[in-house]
Design a binder for this molecule. Structure first.
Ligand SMILES: Cc1cc2nc3c(=O)[nH]c(=O)nc-3n(C[C@H](O)[C@H](O)[C@H](O)COP(=O)(O)O)c2cc1C
Length: 332
């Protein structure tokens, strides 16, 4: 069945968040059906194994943070072919996120703007769910962020709480300091604040710590961030989160372009590749490349830029789950 010609037009007629919720619910139901999972696995799962920061990945294409924040459909993602899954971003406190509407499609630009604001059930609820599900067939990344109600000066305690609750389930922990939708969060990318946060997390963590960066940093700020990461034994960088820039949008999407939030998808691809290139050149750290992968060639460009692994999010909305298989097939 052609996703782009048959499924997408139907889904795109409905509200973006309603479709996301509907899809997650379907995948959560499917996750409890072993026969359905096995059938999907036969259709989608492909292997192209590699080991990065000491973790073995069955293939290098992962689900980016934000699509399944609470891990509601976890078993479905590996069955759809993903070689790893990042859940979250999760916060210490359960929180509703921003008021709707908060998710917008920009179809002419193959993009999305979101200002979800870390809507999630909280670290304790995620821990309970992961406990129940048990081990996955692929590595699990857990993305941690700051609760909206927590003042910036108490951010470290907030991340530590989530780390303590969750790290036993994680193959790696992603430190999200780059979402544009939690006021003040991106200030944690600054040298002193990031240093304090990483020192605290590192002192308690036994898992590889990865820092997820914004595409809106200057080269100077990114260079400084990489130095801080190296000083604190960070295992890798995830590049990039959504952008607050509005470059490269089609005129037909002008109305939506004015919505506040982070832009993802096609218009982010070039900047994400630049940031991956910069990180690879300026540090020894392995990079997970993410941003604007809508076709297999987009992923290959990020690998060519030096990414060790890639993730996708908006590509799932525009191209559908077959995208993962196409990328891995391209690598074979
Ligand atoms: C609806 C939505 C929610 C997101 N939520 C998160 C999040 O909670 N944490 C995070 O680190 N990134 C989040 N992201 C960013 C993605 O993980 C990814 O970095 C970004 O969308 C760029 O990749 P893409 O162009 O493939 O979508 C979100 C993106 C979207 C579209």
């Amino acid at each position: 069945m052609s996703y782009s010609r048959l499924v997408r037009p139907v889904l795109f007629r409905r509200n973006a968040e309603a479709v996301h919720e509907w899809t997650l619910r379907r995948l959560a139901t499917l996750s409890r059906n072993q026969l359905a999972l096995a059938a999907l696995r036969r259709l989608y799962a492909r292997s192209a194994p590699r080991t990065v920061f000491g973790v073995r990945f069955p293939n290098p294409v992962g689900l980016a943070a934000g699509l399944d924040k609470d891990g509601r459909a976890l078993p479905a993602w590996p069955a759809l072919g993903f070689g790893f899954v990042e859940v979250g971003t999760v916060t210490r406190q359960p929180q509703p996120g921003n008021p709707a509407p908060r998710l917008f499609r920009l179809p002419a630009s193959q993009a999305v703007i979101n200002r979800m604001g870390f809507n999630n059930a909280g670290a304790a609820a995620l821990a309970a769910r992961l406990d129940k599900i048990g081990p996955l067939p692929v590595p699990l990344g857990i993305s941690l962020g700051k609760s909206k109600v927590t003042p910036l000066e108490d951010a470290v305690e907030d991340y530590l709480f989530s780390l303590r609750a969750l790290e036993r389930y994680a193959a790696y922990v992603a430190v999200n300091v780059s979402s544009p939708n939690t006021p003040g969060l991106r200030a944690l990318q600054d040298r002193a604040a990031l240093g304090d946060l990483l020192a605290a997390l590192k002192s308690e963590s036994t898992r590889p710590l990865l820092v997820k960066v914004a595409p809106d940093l200057t080269d100077h700020a990114l260079g400084e961030l990489l130095e801080v990461c190296a000083e604190h034994g960070v295992a890798g960088v995830i590049a990039t989160n959504t952008t607050i820039a509005r470059d490269g949008l089609a005129p037909a999407d002008a109305a939506c372009a004015a919505e506040a939030g982070g832009l993802s998808g096609r218009p982010l691809a070039e900047r994400a590749r630049e940031v991956v290139t910069f990180v690879v050149k300026r540090s020894e750290l392995p990079v997970i490349g993410v941003g604007g992968i809508l076709a297999a060639e987009d992923a290959l460009r990020l690998f060519d830029a030096g990414a060790s692994l890639v993730q996708l999010c908006t590509g799932l909305i525009y191209t559908g789950p077959v995208l993962v298989r196409r990328i891995v097939h391209g690598l074979e």
